[in-house]
Structures are given as structure tokens and as C-alpha cells.
Design a binder for this molecule. Structure first.
Ligand SMILES: *Cc1c(COP(=O)(O)O)cnc(C)c1O
Length: 251
């Protein structure tokens, strides 16, 4: 249980919202289990990461109470702010925060030592910049290479060919621990999403086969498409609205 009143920020949550988070935790887990059963996978291979970018620390703590333990932010300033607000919360020890958004080189230092993992290494240049700063602080930063599998102009990340070409050099950089790949699917098109997720998985398998790189983490799937992502091999689903928004409808 949370200590009553250890923090005034969490006083105001509606009990209906806490129930909402518990319901969503159970629903997401069930969907993951069903998708795993359909694709002969183990639910334990799939980690749920709650994207807390639209909510405050009270909602994050309530989500923790509901059962979620991994969180993610897409802006460095917000990651720093949340961690500062949570620094006296005993729950923080059992929570992790990932960086999933576009990362500018001048913001890298804010994220290092705070984020459990950076999902958004979107270029070799960024990888080098993270490596340089990690070495200064004697860190080895878990990270994923972001790949624009669908080829949409609006999406960040390396093209699959760029990733094939640069992956070994990036993985050899000191201060980085490349653990896998990340992508975002086109919105509102289930078939395109499936092709995107399948393409990411195949790219990881291909890189492993050709270079021996171990890429166990596949970060893909958001509120609208996480079931498809799990069927296609995702090991990290990044869920925002489906967890935090009461307006987001689930069947
Ligand atoms: C916001 C965001 C998510 C979560 O999106 P939802 O559709 O709300 O689940 C996942 N990944 C990234 C990179 C995001 O920015």
C-alpha cells in the first residue's frame, strides 16, 4: 500500500480511475495471453511498458498500484520531472522508466543514468553521441535501434538497409549495450502494421544470423496494434492511451 499523504500530488485521484487502471491491467494481460496462445509464445516474453507521457505522477503511482511496473516517456524533460517528483516515493525502487522518443544530442545527458533503456537510437550519429557521453560517466546504456520499417516519411529511425549497414559498428561502440530493435507502425491499417512488425522481427533475425549480434528485444506495438505486434514477435509493447485514457474503448 501507498503511504497515505506522503505526497500531496496523489491525493486527488478518483477511485473510479484506480478501478479503471486495474481493469485495464487485467484486460491487457488477457489480450497478451490470448495473442501468445495464438502464436505459440510465452506471455513472460512480453513486457508491458506504460507510456506515461500524457499523465502525471499520481496516475503513474496508481498504475503501479494496479500492477504495472515499467513506464516510458518520450521527452527527456518529462522523464527528469517525473523521476524528481517520485524520488521520495518508496515505489520508485520497483519501477523503471524508458526513453522512447526522439532524442536530441543536447538532451542525452538528462536521460543517461535515469532511463532503464533508450528505445530510440535512430541514427549512427546519435549512437556515437550517446556512447561518448556514457563513457565519460562510466555507464553502459541499454538501447534499441529504431528502424523505420514502413518507410513512412513521418517516422523516425534508420531505414532497414541503414540499420543492416551500421548495426555492427553501433553495437561495437563502448558505453552502449544494443539489445534489440524498435519500430512504429502506420496508423489505422492492421495489415500494414502486421507487415511492419513482421519486417522488424525478420530484420533482427537476419542481423543475428549474419553478424552474431544478440537482439532479444523487439519493441513494437502500441494501443491500437499491440495484439498484432505480440502475434508477430514483439517483446516490449508500449501502451499509452489503452492504459491511461478512460475514453479509449476496449472490446
Ligand atoms: C505515445 C507513444 C506510444 C503509445 O501510444 P498509444 O497509442 O497511446 O498507446 C508508444 N510509443 C511511442 C514512441 C510513443 O510516442
Amino acid at each position: 500500500m501507498r503511504q497515505a499523504g506522503h505526497d500531496s500530488r496523489e491525493a486527488q485521484l478518483d477511485p473510479g480511475y484506480e478501478r479503471h487502471l486495474c481493469d485495464r491491467f487485467a484486460w491487457v494481460r488477457e489480450q497478451v495471453e490470448l495473442a501468445c496462445a495464438r502464436s505459440s509464445r510465452k506471455p513472460s516474453e512480453v513486457e508491458v511498458v506504460c507510456v506515461s507521457k500524457t499523465v502525471g505522477t499520481s496516475e503513474v503511482l496508481a498504475a503501479f498500484e494496479a500492477g504495472f511496473t515499467h513506464f516510458a516517456e518520450n521527452r527527456p524533460q518529462e522523464l527528469v520531472r517525473k523521476l524528481e517528483e517520485l524520488q521520495d516515493a518508496p515505489e520508485l525502487e520497483q519501477m523503471t522508466f524508458d526513453m522512447i522518443g526522439n532524442l536530441q544530442t543536447n538532451k542525452i545527458n538528462q536521460v543517461l543514468g535515469r532511463a532503464r533503456m533508450i528505445h530510440s537510437i535512430s541514427s549512427e550519429h546519435l549512437a556515437q553521441a550517446v556512447s561518448k557521453r556514457a563513457l565519460v560517466r562510466d555507464l553502459r546504456v541499454p538501447c534499441l535501434l529504431e528502424v523505420n520499417v514502413s518507410g513512412e516519411k513521418s517516422k523516425g529511425g534508420m531505414t532497414p538497409d541503414e540499420c543492416r549497414e551500421a548495426a555492427e559498428r553501433i553495437a561495437a561502440l563502448d558505453g552502449l549495450d544494443v539489445q534489440g530493435l524498435m519500430t512504429m507502425a502506420p496508423k489505422g491499417d492492421a495489415d500494414a502494421a502486421r507487415r511492419t512488425f513482421c519486417g522488424l522481427r525478420e530484420l533482427a533475425d537476419d542481423l543475428t544470423a549474419r553478424t552474431g549480434l544478440d537482439l532479444p528485444r523487439i519493441s513494437c506495438g502500441m494501443s491500437d496494434d499491440f495484439v498484432i505486434a505480440v502475434e508477430e514477435g514483439s517483446t516490449l509493447i508500449r501502451l499509452g492511451r489503452v492504459v491511461f485514457s478512460q475514453d479509449y474503448e476496449v472490446r
